[in-house]
Design a protein around this ligand. Sequence first.
Ligand SMILES: [Mn+2]
Length: 337
Amino acid sequence: MSKLYVLGDLHFSCMNPWNLIIGNKFLEWFEKLNIDPESELIQLGDLFEVPVNGGLVFDQVSKFVSLCQSKFKFTYFLTGNHDKKVYRNVEQNALEFIKHKPKCMVIEKPSIIDTQNNFKFIALPHLTTDGIDFNKFLMTRLPTKFYDTQVDLLVAHTDIRIPGHPFMNDGIELSKFKASKYALGHIHTRIKEEYTGSAWPNKINEEYSEKPRVMKCFERKINVSGNIVNGADILLPTLVKYDDVIYPNTPVNTDPNIVNIYTVSNCSNLQIAKLHYSDYFIKGVVKATQINNTNNASSSYTFKIDKPIDALKNYITETGSTLSRPLYKYLDGLFTS
Ligand SMILES: [Mn+2]
């Protein structure tokens, strides 16, 4: 029985001092995975975080590709939005070097692919679309075969539309396509079954995932015609934990097996915090431990907001307001950078 695995966003990077360590931990886990070598793999995109990378990041991605070649019969790499960037006026795909590798295919355009193990899948990688929103393009401008062909699986590096959702109201409708199963990247927390989730939470607000992050597995039973079925998904390891520490206390609950990243409260100076916690990873500081507000007029209701993004989420929930995904991401970036 042949299996088709799908792995989400990886974001190998050296933007923060902890990224390379997390990258190595992921590679150690991936190397030890016990996979039937007849299996195939689809990686959903965003192998890289940024288009220009240090040698150690490139080395990690090279190792990942080598491991894919040795562990799987064939690997399909979708291009993610983080992989494809305009740098000094030239659009480049950071996955370019994989195109020349045996047992590998880089997918840059919407494609319908028959795999060696006879799975048929639609791939919707990230694409630069001039003058039209990318999701609108996927919904209206693809050749009709993309909407008419019955496939086993649809994989995509984009949002799916969740009506009324604060920042996913403008994604693609899965009902537009004829697929038995779906596996989606780009969104790092697994807010719906169809997503895989990223390999690890790249930011503190990605730590909580509604469903566990997985490497999805699909299979077709021998002598059974018809739809593919869900195989045994592989749970992704917990590589990182974001935590708080109150200055000048020593962090507790450190786990030697995972990368602990701290926000220091009760300290307004990042340099002081980094000096005091030189043996730890510090992502930022906040002046006070919490903001308490008691609304005496209506009740003794007390709310606690640790992070500005929580206040925004609270506002969205309470008012039912909708924000476009780019605006939400922009505000999130302002709050968390
Ligand atoms: Mn991503």
